[in-house]
Design a binder for this molecule. Structure first.
Ligand SMILES: CC(C)(COP(=O)(O)OP(=O)(O)OC[C@H]1O[C@@H](n2cnc3c(N)ncnc32)[C@H](O)[C@@H]1OP(=O)(O)O)[C@@H](O)C(=O)NCCC(=O)NCCS
Length: 174
């Protein structure tokens, strides 16, 4: 397994991970029709454009297995809105089902932490669906509940919650 920065041609594998994980992980949160409507082709196109023109403060890390297939990715950068206490944000982290609970998510999380520290950011926030059972991943990593709000997902409203870390240097200290 290697961890590296994403390049534009990773758009295809990243789209596969996004759609597969959404369908597996969020099938009790969104109706099946909503999840089935997500377009693989559109996702590849938007990922390609996004990866080609990433801002300097944003980094996308991927986990690649021997066959060169990508099985997970994480994205980190500047916080996108609100909550002045937190300067950085984990924008997303996704691991294919068969590779979960093997420590890969923690490694991709660490990559984002290191990136934020490199650009002199010491605090971080993440938003996650309130009903997402995977949010305990952030609690295990010492994230503190910050607040909740409604978010629209293509016409459907769901509660999302944020977890924050005021000092990301301390996360992996005992
Ligand atoms: C959440 C996610 C990124 C975690 O990655 P991972 O590689 O499975 O996580 P790790 O193996 O590093 O887990 C570290 C610890 O987090 C906790 N954890 C992870 N997933 C958990 C879950 N579903 N329920 C409860 N605790 C969980 C555990 O304590 C785990 O340690 P353990 O396996 O020794 O008990 C991954 O499972 C995933 O992609 N989930 C679906 C998508 C998603 O919801 N992403 C987050 C929202 S943006």
């Amino acid at each position: 397994m290697i961890f590296r920065d994403a390049i534009p041609t990773d758009a295809v594998d990243i789209a596969k991970i996004q759609l597969t994980v959404w369908k597996q992980a969020y099938n009790k949160i969104f109706p099946e029709k909503f999840l089935q409507q997500m377009s693989y082709k559109d996702k590849i196109e938007s990922n390609y454009k996004w990866l080609e023109s990433l801002e300097k403060t944003t980094r996308v890390f991927v986990a690649e297995i021997k066959s060169k297939q990508l099985i997970g990715f994480s994205v980190g950068g500047l916080k996108r809105e609100g909550d002045p206490l937190y300067k950085g944000e984990l924008w997303g982290i996704y691991i294919l089902n068969n590779y979960q609970r093997k420590g890969i998510g923690t490694e991709l999380f660490k990559k984002v932490i290191q990136h934020l520290l490199n650009i002199k950011i010491n605090s971080m926030l993440v938003w996650v669906l309130k009903d997402n059972p995977y949010r305990f991943f952030y609690e295990k990593l010492k994230g503190k509940f910050v607040r909740e709000k409604q978010k629209e997902f293509n016409g459907l409203f769901r509660l999302i919650v944020s977890y924050g870390w005021l000092n990301i240097k301390n996360i992996f200290k005992n």
